[in-house]
Design a protein around this ligand. Structure first.
Ligand code: MN
Ligand code: MN
Ligand code: CO
Length: 262
């Protein structure tokens, strides 16, 4: 059964306006039977998005429209494809209460969700680690080294996995090696084998699913999936459910590299 569990939508402020129908029609045409739309959930209103355009999460005013439109399409296409309604929810250190409130609000109305770490907290400031190679390198300078950013990333991911975010906490952990996104820009070889294995072990114990995310393969400074193949196999050996995610922000990228990974 072909499934893609990580797809963005025209509701993404840093994505494209490609229509939901175009994503759905492509999925059907390529033989996918199960897809989840996982728009970046609105960030907590008291959190200041550190990216220049402040466009990491969807506009909270569009929440109802997002859910309505997806419910309509889900019903309309139900004979052809199983459409799940979901979110990619940020885990942000210090905003657990706000995130839990959001999940309690939307949880009963959605089918699926991903918990991702994009923001790292250092000295009471937040940085978005996947925004650009320049901002990544600036952050590494601030934190002390690339190694220190990796350590902070895995420590934050560990908190995300262990956090109490209520009964609607997402089961799936998003792209758990996202910190590799600019590895070919800084060129340092960081040995994070033990960190990744620890994360996967925790996920197995907590019955999390793994977002096997192909987007990194398309990124010129990354060139590998999140996580890399040996860890996808390691996750499999731990019986972690694997869910392919193309993380498409445009129809062109939908299901990218599926055949290489599944
Ligand atoms: Mn995005
Ligand atoms: Mn993400
Ligand atoms: Co995503």
């Amino acid at each position: 059964m072909k499934r893609d569990g990580h797809i963005h939508t025209p509701y993404c402020p840093h994505g494209t306006k490609d229509s939901l129908e175009n994503y759905i029609n492509k999925a059907i045409k390529l033989g996918f039977q199960d897809i989840t739309f996982t728009e970046h959930a609105p960030l907590p209103t008291n959190f200041s998005d550190p990216t220049p355009e402040k466009d990491s999460g969807m506009d909270p005013h569009l929440l109802v429209a997002y859910l309505d439109e997806l419910n309509t399409l889900k019903a309309q296409y139900k004979e052809d494809i199983h459409i799940r309604i979901g979110f990619e929810v940020d885990y942000i250190v210090g905003y657990e209460i706000e995130t839990t409130s959001f999940l309690n609000l939307v949880g009963p109305q959605i089918d699926d969700a991903i918990l991702s770490v994009h923001f790292l907290k250092y000295n009471d400031e937040y940085s978005c680690i996947d925004y650009s190679s320049e901002s990544f390198l600036t952050f590494a300078k601030k934190v002390g080294s690339v190694q220190a950013v990796y350590d902070l990333y895995y420590a934050t991911l560990k908190k995300a996995i262990l956090a109490d975010l209520g009964q609607y906490k997402p089961k799936r952990i998003g792209h758990p090696t996202l910190v590799h996104k600019f590895q070919l820009a800084h060129g340092e070889h960081i040995d994070d084998d033990a960190n990744i294995k620890e994360i996967l072990q925790l996920m197995a114990e907590r019955h999390n699913e793994l977002d096997v995310n192909s987007a990194g393969l398309a990124k010129k400074y990354c060139k590998e999936p999140y996580p890399p193949l040996p860890y996808i196999n390691h996750a499999k050996s731990l019986n972690i459910p694997l869910v392919f995610g193309s993380d498409a922000h445009q129809v062109e990228d939908l299901h990218q590299y599926y055949d290489e990974l599944f």
